[in-house]
Design a protein around this ligand. Structure first.
Ligand SMILES: [Zn+2]
Length: 129
């Protein structure tokens, strides 16, 4: 079944993120100046101002920091209910994402890449059994 949600619109800043997803990897910007992960993507590091921010793959493992189940959406195409979460990565970043399955705070999760028809793989998270 096609997902009726609107597809992402990659731009120059986010294209490497989506290219990595097509290879089955979660890749985030790493600042060459201070070494921190920058996410969401930025043209300059919010910590040191550096502008050299290459994308590198991360483990794809994480722990649910917090989550919510959305029952009422204001966006067209988003069928409810669905779950969103902030995920803490062992690399030291916190990412936001869609969750497949039930989770709780502290739950171990792993990224996976369901394919959106007409777009391609989109990172999502699911519990680690
Ligand atoms: Zn930096």
């Amino acid at each position: 079944m096609d997902d009726p949600r609107p597809a992402p619109a990659p731009g120059p800043l986010t294209a490497p993120y989506w290219e990595a997803a097509r290879s089955g990897e979660l890749a985030l910007q790493h600042c060459a100046g201070c070494g921190r992960i920058v996410h969401f993507p930025e043209p300059a590091c919010p910590f040191c101002g550096g502008t050299e921010l290459p994308y590198r793959a991360v483990s794809g493992e994480g722990i649910v920091h917090t989550h919510t189940e959305v029952h009422r959406t204001f966006l067209p195409g988003f069928a409810t209910p669905y779950t969103l979460a902030w995920i803490d990565l062992p690399e030291g970043a916190r990412v936001f994402g869609d969750v497949t399955g039930a989770v709780h705070i502290g739950q171990r999760v792993r990224v996976h890449f369901p394919v959106r028809a007409g777009f391609g793989p989109i990172p999502s998270w699911r519990p680690v059994p």
